[in-house]
Design a protein around this ligand. Structure first.
Ligand SMILES: Cc1ncc(COP(=O)(O)O)c(C=O)c1O
Length: 409
């Protein structure tokens, strides 16, 4: 038996890192009198670009809207196909539905949560316009392999519209919603594919409450600064001037050049990002890494524990999720463990219900039996708490609670 702990304070799943610095930064913006998109947002974009070392960065109000605008800019629409993993959050697929294109879902790799790249390649046809792999849990996919795959099939690519003709091959957008700060070839991810897309949602490692960012790395003859301007305008009703520029003397007049959308990031959100950025690489990521090491240490000798992959020779995770799997568990077993932990005050989660499980996609005709690896891995997955303020003692409570439960079965 492991230590029996006294009743403890509940352990949440993934609270944001909020402290006096964060509160001061937001208060400063409130006091400045400028709370929508302005200098803080533009400066955050520069900080992120400097951190990643890729093309220009555009911050918007969510990954979802940012990537939908990107797909619209690429004129992806009815008749087009976008390849995505079945093992992802609904946002990855919903935006493809919004634009009238077809999501083509791919099963997981063997014994891993990332998209099987062989199956993805087999799904490519002349209608494929985009491949959008997901860096599940913060572990980057093999970007080089995906880019090569996109280029290898350029011969059958059938472009429609100016931007597709200019690229003349399948576009690669990384769903890097989980992987801000993950490493690929020893550098933070974001410059390896045509467009990298991060989420800064409240549960993410790096948060602006809600938010997201695009990194534009399109090859010549594209002008990535011009793309930044195009998407920025699309994100503000197609308006030729943003709110701050309009306040300058004599600058009230503007034009609308397209029926755009409304999904800009506010300076209040960007202030959160400023604080995060200043400490992300130095202490936030290392703390997450040490929590993972402590979980691994506790579980490595347990025959029932399948530990999540966190790195290999090329990639290192951002340690966004600790996706433990329990050998031999089915969904009912896993759910019973979740309930047991919840009764002890420990919040856990499941990432993800594969999309074919969800009514909308089921009703579209997607069948669970076509995604055996996704469902096998989902059935015994449990995501354990991981966040900056989680203490070693709390990690020990969690690991002991799980080990005791497994021993008592
Ligand atoms: C894999 C994945 N993609 C996309 C998203 C959407 O991000 P956002 O909430 O910023 O739109 C999420 C959010 O949880 C996600 O987990």
């Amino acid at each position: 038996m492991h230590t029996i702990f006294e009743p403890m304070k509940p352990i949440p799943f993934s609270p944001p890192r909020i402290d006096e610095k964060t509160i001061e930064a937001v208060t400063e913006v409130l006091r400045s009198g400028w709370i929508t998109t302005g200098p803080k947002t533009r400066e955050l974009e520069k900080k992120i670009q400097q951190y990643i070392g890729g093309g220009p960065v555009l911050c918007l109000n969510a990954w979802t809207n940012a990537v939908e605008l990107m797909l619209r800019w690429m004129e992806v629409g009815p008749g087009d196909e976008v390849i995505i993993p079945a093992y992802t959050y609904a946002a990855t697929a919903n935006i493809i539905i919004h634009i009238g294109a077809k999501p083509v879902m791919i099963d997981c790799e063997p014994n891993g949560f990332l998209m099987d790249l062989n199956k993805a390649e087999a799904a490519i046809n002349e209608n494929t316009k985009v491949i959008m792999p997901v860096d599940f849990s913060g572990l980057p996919v093999d970007y080089a392999a995906v880019m090569e795959m996109a280029k290898r099939h350029a011969g059958i690519y059938k472009p429609r519209g100016e931007n597709q003709s200019k690229l003349n091959r399948i576009m690669v957008i990384s769903d890097a919603a989980h992987s801000f700060g993950a490493l690929y070839d020893n550098t933070p991810v974001g410059r390896e594919v045509d467009v990298a897309a991060f989420s800064f949602h409240a549960v993410k490692n790096f948060t602006t409450a809600e938010g997201g960012a695009l990194v534009f790395n399109l090859p010549a003859p594209f002008d990535n600064e011009a793309i930044w301007k195009d998407i920025n305008r699309k994100a503000l009703h197609g308006q030729t001037k943003d709110a701050l520029s309009k306040t300058q003397a004599g600058q009230w007049q503007y034009d609308i050049v397209e029926a755009g959308y409304k999904c800009n990031m506010t300076d209040l959100q960007a202030a959160l990002g400023w604080v995060e950025m200043d400490r992300y690489a130095q202490d936030h990521l290392p703390r997450r890494k040490s929590i993972v090491a402590r979980y691994n240490q506790a579980f490595q000798s347990c025959s029932w524990a399948i530990l999540p992959k966190m790195q290999d020779d090329i990639v290192e995770s951002s340690y966004h999720l600790y996706a433990l799997r329990i050998q031999g568990f089915n969904e009912d077993d896993r759910n019973a463990l979740i309930t047991h932990l919840a009764e002890m005050g420990i919040s856990t989660n499941v990432h993800f219900q594969p999309l074919p499980r969800l009514s909308f996609y089921k009703n579209m005709g997607f069948q669970e039996s076509d995604f055996p690896r996704a469902f096998e891995q989902f059935s015994n997955e449990i995501s354990l708490p991981i966040y900056f303020d989680l203490t070693d003692e709390q990690v020990d409570c969690i690991t002991s609670a799980i080990k005791d439960y497994m021993q008592s079965r």
